[in-house]
Design a protein around this ligand. Sequence first.
Ligand SMILES: *[C@@H]1O[C@H](CO)[C@@H](O)[C@H](O)[C@H]1NC(C)=O
Ligand SMILES: *[C@@H]1O[C@H](CO)[C@@H](O)[C@H](O)[C@H]1NC(C)=O
Ligand SMILES: *[C@@H]1O[C@H](CO)[C@@H](O)[C@H](O)[C@H]1NC(C)=O
Ligand SMILES: [Zn+2]
Length: 565
Amino acid sequence: MMTHALAGEQTRLVSGSTSRSRPNGRRISKRSKVVIATVISIGLLLALVHLAFPSTFALRSTPNKKKNVIFFVTDGMGPASLSMARSFNQHIHDLPIDNILMLDQHFIGSSRTRSSDSLVTDSAAGATAFACALKSYNGAIGVDPHQTPCGTVLEAAKLAGYFTGLVVTTRITDATPASFSSHADFRWQEDLIATHQLGEYPLGRMVDLLMGGGRTHFYPQGSDASPYGHQGSRKDGRDLIDEAQSNGWQYVGDRKSFDSLLNAHGDNVTLPLLGLFADNDIPFEIDRDEKEYPSLKEQVSVALKALEKASDEDEDSNGFFLMVEGSRIDHAGHQNDPASQVREVLAFDEAFQYVLEFAKNSDTETVLVSTSDHETGGLVTSRQITASYPEYVWYPQVLANATHSGEFLKKKLVDFVHDLGATGKLENFIKHEILERDLGIFDYTDDDVNTLIHLGDNANAIQEKLNDMVSFRAQIGWTTHGHSAVDVNIYAYTNRKTTWSRILEKLQGNHENTEIGQFLADYLELNLNKVTDLIRDTKHSLNFSATEITNEVPHYDEYYHELST
Ligand SMILES: *[C@@H]1O[C@H](CO)[C@@H](O)[C@H](O)[C@H]1NC(C)=O
Ligand SMILES: *[C@@H]1O[C@H](CO)[C@@H](O)[C@H](O)[C@H]1NC(C)=O
Ligand SMILES: *[C@@H]1O[C@H](CO)[C@@H](O)[C@H](O)[C@H]1NC(C)=O
Ligand SMILES: [Zn+2]
């Protein structure tokens, strides 16, 4: 492979120059000078190529017309999230200051994120900008500002002969995956979104592989209503998991059946595949029980192998389009939970690295583009909490000491309050179990403890207090529980030289988020307008009453991510 050839050339170049400068002044023949000069020139040339293009750039000899695109969305990850995760990683592994994340090494530009109706976007408008290459309003799922369904990159790719997949860590019906695979006036129409994702709309099934959380919108309410779980929330009583299996979908609903795919390296996946590993979100990485839930990287590895295999076995395939979302970076931002966020970012970086290796080893032309829909939390890696001038510090060890999220600990504390309620025991539990054991905080004040006692079973207030105790001690600042308008980063990689020039031409520097969607469409030679014409009759509005809206809208951009059941 090119990597090894390059490394070899560089080694020879170095030893060549060493021998030339040997102090004994041994005469070097004209012929060796020519050889050395040639070696140096080739070496320099290769070194230049090496600099100009991503490392281990694969120059393949066999032409292969297929293309694979893996598009990554780091939901809610702004530049400060990278700074925080990078410094945290260096700190916990005792790495030098030039040790950077895998993503950092593929930085090419930044994206402006506003939506059609606000300078601060939500994830629905953000994802619709990527999926349809147009600006729409906050809440819009694959529809334009006039609520007309717009053809998406995923749909157009499927129609053009690509296999398609979506892999996330939140609900598969949540805004980002939904905007690629469904059309709805509002993001909270998740029951409707699930039906589109399974093919119930004018185009039929467009997604070959769906993996993540969000089982709740695929089966009805009532604990005995379905064999697939106990927290179903479909209002129409349908069991889409049963229906999907009758329609030929392979369903995996737990770690055990997922592992049978993972261990077989995706070999026994039969597309279409529906993998739903949690009723709601897959737990934060910091809380994730690996015996129960797969990691993002594991999900991605099965998805890549399954899509690659399907594409290899199908003569008419043009390759695949896979969207991967690090969904819960956003949730940690909403909750102002820095200890959870650094783990989410690092887990995403691992998944990105896995795909990078896949692309480097692939004979198929492959493009990776990674960006965020917006920043969440107004995060900064410093904090001035008093009028006096602050010290220039922040303390990653505080985040390292925390072993659970505020989201996890609020449930643990509330359960304890409900079970026991005895104040004396509660104080000990808060001090020794929650603060010392789970958060590694020993310098708590009486005030901290009293506040937590008095919050009783107010789960959200407890979460807020615990996350603030961590942020305060780490000297991490937050300006909002919502999103912000700061620009977000763009990262990219490809294993083809000419394609790399094209990526830089289109995405290097500062761009509107819609240009990223347009790049994906152009690169795959897709015509989104044609698809828009085909989906005019999609049912995207609900016949809801005013009370239904009031019931649903609080979940519009769920900040606490409670199940709506
Ligand atoms: C996948 O293969 C493994 C081992 O060959 C087998 O145990 C498992 O049942 C298979 N799973 C499916 C879904 O076919
Ligand atoms: C982290 O926890 C250790 C005990 O495990 C404690 O000694 C130390 O003070 C804690 N560090 C911070 C920054 O809270
Ligand atoms: C919408 O609801 C109204 C009253 O609730 C009903 O009369 C109408 O038929 C419904 N329309 C559709 C398309 O379901
Ligand atoms: Zn959000």
